[in-house]
Design a protein around this ligand. Structure first.
Ligand SMILES: C[S@@+](CC[C@H](N)C(=O)[O-])C[C@H]1O[C@@H](n2cnc3c(N)ncnc32)[C@H](O)[C@@H]1O
Length: 290
């Protein structure tokens, strides 16, 4: 009898063991539970990366750090077939559940993209929406992934620009700072959402990993953080569950938690437009050739 997908697990070993733990703990569960809301919010960046990828029917596509599969489904609809790879068991389980419900041609694999033994030259396109910033050794990971590309193969990635250029991260975080423990000073380039916020560093990494014709272009979009009956409460719930603020809030007592939440609520309420909390997101759109 085959193992039910929800029980599939991945060993916390190899260079990315810390991230495997992280994305199989609370973080993965929260992303899987909030999948609808996050996909709706991040749709402008799906659109941007899909346009950049310009996938054609019949092309073989690998979606790196595919999470619950939003971009993999869209790529599979364009090409007839796409494979999503991710280290998070709860997110891959959610992606497979959705694939079955949608009868999508997308396939999903629970594995570390940085070390999995992909067949050499077996993809025409490596794509990713925010799934490539978590490698402990990014040069080794991107060099490994390049070998999975066929000659002439290409990449289309989207990753975050710096925190201060991303009000959807920064507004709730800064509003809460008086009530939460001070964040650890950021280590530039450490695995995490802002690992590639410096485009020169990312270009060096891709060059050292053997890629050519590297393009890194800025792109901005307004993101709808809450569009329920009560948009501010919806945006507040999301800010407290996902992203840098959720990590700082994790160990707070009830009183501090309530004060921080009040401060974030007040800040988010200033950004309601047409019944939605709208805040800006800023990314790099990254292309390269194998
Ligand atoms: C910010 S989430 C983005 C998920 C999805 N692409 C989306 O946009 O909804 C980052 C994803 O990268 C995955 N990830 C991190 N390191 C990975 C690795 N070494 N191999 C495969 N997936 C990885 C995480 O498990 C997580 O699902």
């Amino acid at each position: 009898m085959s193992t039910p997908v929800s029980q599939q697990t991945i060993a916390s070993t190899g260079p990315n063991a810390e991230q495997i733990d992280y994305w199989n703990g609370d973080a993965g569960g929260k992303w899987a539970r909030n999948q609808d809301r996050l996909d709706a919010m991040l749709q402008p960046f799906s659109d941007a990366v899909l346009k950049l990828a310009a996938a054609r029917p019949g092309e073989r596509v690998l979606d790196i750090g595919c999470g619950c599969g939003a971009t993999t489904f869209e790529l599979a609809a364009q090409t007839g077939n796409a494979l999503g790879v991710d280290i998070s068991a709860p997110m891959i389980a959610r992606a497979r559940e959705r694939a079955a419900a949608m009868k999508s041609a997308a396939g999903f694999m629970l594995a570390d993209a940085a070390t999995h033994a992909f067949e050499p030259g077996s993809f025409d396109l490596l794509a990713s929406r925010f799934g490539i910033m978590f490698f402990a050794d990014p040069v080794a990971a991107f060099a490994h992934l390049r070998k999975a590309l066929a000659p002439g193969g290409r990449t289309a990635f989207v990753c975050w620009r710096p925190l201060k250029e991303n009000p959807w991260f920064a507004v709730p975080l800064f509003a809460a700072l008086a009530h939460v423990p001070a964040p650890e000073p950021a280590v530039p380039g450490a695995p995490g959402p802002f690992a590639f916020d410096d485009p020169d560093r990312f270009r060096r990494i891709l060059t050292e990993a053997g890629y050519s014709s590297i393009g890194i272009e800025p792109h901005d979009a307004l993101l709808s953080m809450g569009r329920d009956d009560d948009p501010v409460e919806a945006a507040l719930r999301q800010s407290l569950e996902i992203g840098p603020l959720s990590r700082l809030m994790a160990d707070l007592g009830d009183e501090h938690r309530a004060r921080a939440a009040d401060a974030v609520r007040e800040a988010l309420a200033r950004h309601v437009k047409d019944g939605q909390v709208m805040l800006g997101g800023a990314v790099w759109l990254v292309t390269a050739q194998a």
